[in-house]
Write a protein that binds this ligand. Structure first.
Ligand code: DGL
Length: 292
């Protein structure tokens, strides 16, 4: 069985490449729904239906473990799919928000966190809700471990900024252009105007690491740590496989990766090379015909 990695487009490749660095021995199938990207501006119902189609497709290709390497799909579709659409004995679907949220509180020095994400992820409030749960769990642990410290209550100030034009720019291969500078500045100006104290900035969309050089240039001289998700998700998957030897045993170990896209295969192959810095041969697939 192969490990499936899904994104609306190219963004999930930033996660896949870190997963393959960390866990090179397994076989993977990457699926990008490039023909229907971006997802970030679509409704809950549409994101859920598209994501479920992708999950069904990857399952039919022999995946028993699928990573939604897309924050928008993780925010809008993951829970419903886990609770209503799959049998956990036959298929596990994991997202990228939880592994990120587990690490973020330990990185901030002053508790001021900025989340950059698609409009869909921002409106779902998933990061805010998950971070609040994480903090509640940490505070509970502290008061259980040491009753004298029970008055300590770690608080976070979370400011979200949606960046609706970043994914279209990246999907169009314009992330290096001068136009991209303007849009990077626009959203970061807005975020830091709303909370100038932010010391930890989460790239809550798997496409955004492509803009990292421009984001870092903008932030030069500011004491802000930028968090990309690739390594966090790779570490979390490694941990998951350790904790689930019955799934790990089932994973085939040929070190291969197939690349599937709903767009034209040659177009995907050309662009994907930029994302993962190695030649890619993609296959075209269609998801629309799949039943729920
Ligand atoms: N990479 C997806 C994410 O992490 C992009 C979503 C989109 O297609 O807008 O949210």
């Amino acid at each position: 069985m192969k490990i499936g990695v899904f994104d609306s487009g190219y963004g999930g490749l930033t996660i896949l490449s870190k997963i393959r660095e960390r866990l090179p021995g397994y076989d993977y199938i990457y699926l990008g729904d490039n023909a229907r990207a971006p997802y970030g501006t679509r409704s809950f119902q549409v994101i859920y239906e598209y994501t479920l189609q992708a999950v069904r497709y990857l399952q039919a290709q022999g995946c028993r473990l699928i990573i939604l390497a897309c924050n928008t799909a993780s925010a809008k579709a993951l829970r419903t799919i886990q609770q209503h659409d799959i049998d956990p004995d036959r298929l596990r679907v994991l997202g990228v928000i939880r592994p990120t949220v587990e690490v973020v509180p330990s990185l901030t020095r002053n508790g001021h966190i900025g989340i950059l994400a698609t409009p869909g992820t921002v409106s779902s409030e998933s990061y805010v809700i998950e971070l609040q749960h994480q903090m509640a769990a940490m505070n509970e642990k502290i008061s259980t471990v040491n009753c004298q410290l029970s008055t300590i209550n770690y608080q976070l100030s979370i400011t979200q900024q949606s960046c609706p034009l970043w994914v279209p720019l990246i999907e169009a291969g314009e992330h290096d252009s001068d136009g991209a500078d303007w849009f990077v500045k626009k959203y970061l100006d807005e975020l830091l105007r709303r909370d100038p104290l932010i010391d930890t900035l989460v790239l809550g969309c798997t496409h955004y690491p492509l803009l990292l050089p421009k984001i870092k240039e903008y932030l030069q001289g500011k004491p802000i740590t930028v968090i990309s998700q690739g390594e966090l998700v790779a570490n979390s998957l490694a941990d998951y496989l350790n904790r689930h030897p019955e799934i790990e045993r089932d994973c085939s170990k040929g070190g291969t990766c197939r690349y599937l896209t709903t767009e034209a295969a040659d177009r995907f192959s050309d662009s994907a090379r930029i994302f993962i810095n190695q030649p890619v041969t993609a296959e075209h697939v269609s998801l629309e015909h799949l039943e729920k």
